[in-house]
Structure formats: C-alpha cells, structure tokens
Write a protein that binds this ligand. Structure first.
Ligand code: ADP
Ligand code: MG
Length: 453
C-alpha cells in the first residue's frame, strides 16, 4: 500500500463524514508526504488550511489512518511551501506537490468547463429510482437548449445529482466538441463570485463567465435561496441564457417550491421547465450499482458480501462507495478474501458513522469550542459582546438542528423569556442569508456537532 493509496482511502472516508464544501475547501489539496517512525506527515496548501485541519479534523484523520495502517502512531501537519524549503535544505528532490493528488479524481477538473471527467453516463447506473431524471437528461443532450429548459433535477444527498448533471456536461462536450460551450458551477462558487465581484466592482467578469456559454450547469441551487444579490444576478443570467435558447441544467436537494427562501420569480422560472426527481435505489438497483463499481475498479467480493452491502447500505450511493473503498482496501492490505463477519463489521462501521445523532450538549460543546469560550459562559448571563453572538448561534442551531421549541431553547441557555430565542433564531437566519462568513461559520460548527470528539 503506497502512501498515496493510503491517503486516498483516508480521504474517501473523510468525504463521507464532512460536508462537500468543507471537504473541498480544506482537504482537496492535501497529501500524505511521508511516513517515518510511526509519524504520518500531511501537507496542506497553506497555513490557514493546516491550522483548520489540525484543529477540526485531526481526530478523524488520526482514527482513520490508524485504522488502516497499524504502523502510524502520530499524524503531523505541514504547509506545502514549508516542505519545499525543507527539502531544499536536505537537498533531496521531492515529488512535485501535485503528483500525489492527481489520481484523486477530484483533481482532474477541466479548467474551462469545470467538469470532472470521472462523471460519465457510462458509469451511471440507471434504475427505477433515477430513470426519469436520466431520460430527461438524455433528451437534453440530444436537443440542447430546445427540449427541456431548464432541466431541474432534485433529490437527497449522495443519490447522483452531481454525477448526472456533470455527466450531461461531459457528454455534450463529447458530442458537440467545441461547437458548444459548457460551464459547470456550484451555487456556492456562483455566490462567492458574485460577492467578490460586487466588492471589487468587477460584475462584468461574472456576466461574461456565466452568460457567454451555451450550457450552464448549476449544482445545489438551494444554497442561493435567501441571498438577494446572488439571486438577482442568477435571475438575469438565467433570463439571458433562456431567451437565447441556451441550456440551463440545475440540481437541488428539493423541488423549487420547497426552497422557502427562493424568490418567487426564480421559482416560477424553474417551474417553467422540466422538473424531475431522483429517489432511493431499491435492493436490486443497489446490487447493480455495487457490481458496476466493483467492475470499474477490477475488484471482486463474494456474492454473500455483495448481498450484505446491498441490504445494509440503504442511505445513498455515496455510502455504498464508502463501504466498497473500505472493503477493497482491507482486502488488498491483508491480501486475503474477507470473511462475512469481518465484512459485516466494516459495513456497520460505515453505515453507523454517517448517522447524525446530535444532542443539545453536543451543540453547546461545538459552539463553545468554535468560539473558544467555556460552555458555562455560553449559557451564562454575562452580556459581553464575545458571548452574545455565540449564544444566538446556539439558539439558532437548537432550533435548526433539533427542532426544539422556543421555550425549551430559552431554558437551555438560561433565559427566562422565549421571545429571546425567537429573536435570536430570526436574526441569525437573516444575517446568514446575506453574509457568507456567518453561513460558513454555521456550516463548520454543524460539522463538529455531527462529528464530535
Ligand atoms: P449528489 O450530488 O446527489 O449528492 P453524487 O452525484 O455526488 O450525489 O453521487 C454520490 C456518489 O455516488 C458519486 O461518487 C457518484 O459517482 C455515485 N453515484 C451516484 N449515482 C450513481 C449511479 N446512478 N450510478 C453510479 N454511481 C452513482
Ligand atoms: Mg452533489
């Protein structure tokens, strides 16, 4: 097992436990540099990432590496740049920073289209759960901009939305070559482009980037809801494209009418096209997915084990992939076929890992940890500025994550009046909608709540 293979397996496990935006932000450009005397050295692209990963993900990383590689006792982190300096001093030639990452598929993204070539229609298994979405996508590929516009695909996490819409983009590129300009963007990226364009007065760049295309694919549109400037820009982008018969393909975790913060005019635009959903694969389809994935990786597992995975991995396809990674890794490390009970143990580890079991005390701990204040101060009476925001965020998260009643929330943070909780919830909700810094903070805190320890 090379360092690279080990790190890729660790990453694929982390990917299951960390939200997509955080995974991409913090871990995408990481690599395992070396293992010496029981210490694995992980390189991160900059100091901020190093500190953040060490602070928030160290336990996860250490646990995962030690689980996979018995010889690792410690994990240390280093900034990629510092490494180069160090290696110069030692006058050894180091592998270029990118080499270790290239095989991690996220890295091969096409700089112009933003598409990742790993997502293809060939590798997309079709079953009754996604048949409708798949055939609507095929129709769009045949008649770009004409047939279903926009095509709006929604469904829960890990069920193949990103795969399908990226595969559509890749296929369109294959068929029409340079005659059709395709661009893929996540709504987070679109939002941050709009925000920085406003700040730098470079709105023209955004317009050019997203309006000068024949096919615009936008992933996870639900995140633009409640961000007025972004929605405004997207509305105009959408209209420009639509009026010129340019194709728009959108994914979302829910249908337009269920995105409460989405502006009415955008909602009605989306509803003017084709809306299709992806639901959950049934047992037979899960079997087919597992078999396809094994074939792709030229790996094999006993039928009994494949059946066990198909029965137990019901949450989504990402979970199935996580299980396969772990099983295959195990098999190749120990150079022997897995027995059923070992496989069962590994499957259970993965399926239980992704369950969210938050409690109020976990939220308190996560918020206190994030702001580096004590949980006692967090629920105390002191009105110091440094406690006020964390306290409001705590109330907000109680409501949002646990659906607690306002009186219960007030009670938990030592307030007598439940209107304080209502006020806090509304305030945080409103600010988060406009301020990416706060929404990023919330995302990170939620992450640590979901992954305590
Ligand atoms: P979503 O965007 O809906 O959260 P993704 O598209 O990221 O889900 O899918 C999660 C993982 O499962 C990806 O690695 C993807 O390649 C794989 N996957 C999803 N649907 C299928 C499918 N129908 N056939 C094969 N692999 C799939
Ligand atoms: Mg996705």
């Amino acid at each position: 097992m090379t360092n690279e293979e080990l790190w890729q397996t660790v990453l694929s496990e982390l990917e299951l436990q960390i939200s997509r935006p955080n995974f991409l932000t913090w871990l995408k450009n990481s690599r395992l540099v070396e293992k010496t005397e029981g210490t694995s050295l992980i390189a991160l692209p900059n100091n901020f990432a190093r500190e953040w990963v060490e602070l928030k993900y160290h336990k996860l990383i250490l646990g995962s590496i030690r689980n996979l590689d018995g010889s690792t006792k410690k994990v240390e982190y280093v900034v990629e740049g510092a490494l180069i300096k160090r290696s110069e001093r030692r006058s050894v030639t180091l592998k270029p920073a990118t080499e270790g990452q290239l095989s991690f598929q996220e890295m091969k993204v096409d700089p112009i289209t933003n598409l990742n070539p790993r997502y293809t229609l060939d590798s997309f298994v079709v079953g009754s759960f996604n048949e409708f979405a798949h055939s609507a996508t095929s129709a769009v590929i045949q008649k770009v901009g004409v047939k279903y516009n926009p095509l709006f695909i929604y469904g829960g996490v890990g069920l193949g939305k990103t795969h399908l819409i990226q595969a559509a983009g890749n296929e369109i590129k294959n068929v029409y070559k340079n005659a059709v300009r395709v661009r893929y963007v996540t709504s987070e990226k679109f939002t941050s482009d709009v925000v920085s364009a406003i700040r730098n007065r470079r709105m023209e760049d955004v317009k050019k980037n997203y309006r000068d295309v024949d096919v615009l694919i936008i992933d996870d549109i639900q995140f633009i809801g409640g961000k007025p400037a972004t929605e405004e820009e997207f509305f105009h982008t959408f209209n420009t494209l639509h009026e010129n018969s340019k194709q728009v393909i959108i994914s979302s975790d829910r249908p337009p009418k269920a995105i409460p913060t989405l502006e009415g005019r955008l909602r009605s635009r989306f509803e003017g096209g084709m809306i299709v959903d992806i639901s959950f694969p049934d047992y037979e389809t899960r079997l087919a997915i597992i078999k396809t994935k094994l074939q792709e990786r030229t790996a094999s597992l006993e039928d009994k084990i494949i059946d066990l995975i198909a029965r137990k991995a019901q949450r989504n396809i990402r979970e199935i992939e996580g299980i396969l990674n772990k099983l295959i890794f195990h098999q190749s490390t120990y150079k022997q076929a897995l027995n059923l009970s070992m496989a069962d143990k590994i499957i259970t580890e993965v399926t239980e890992q992704s369950v969210t079991k938050a409690s109020p005390s976990q939220i308190l701990k996560a918020v206190a940890g994030f702001f580096e204040i004590s949980p006692t101060d967090l629920v105390g009476r002191a009105r110091n500025k440094e406690f006020v925001e964390p306290r409001q965020i705590t109330m907000y998260l109680f409501r949002e994550m646990l659906k607690m009643s306002y009186p219960d929330i007030a009670n938990k943070v030592g307030k007598r009046d439940h209107t304080t909780a209502i006020y806090a919830y509304k305030k945080i909700n409103e600010i988060a909608a406009r301020n990416p810094d706060l929404s990023q903070k919330l995302l990170m805190i939620k992450e640590t709540v979901n992954k305590p320890g």
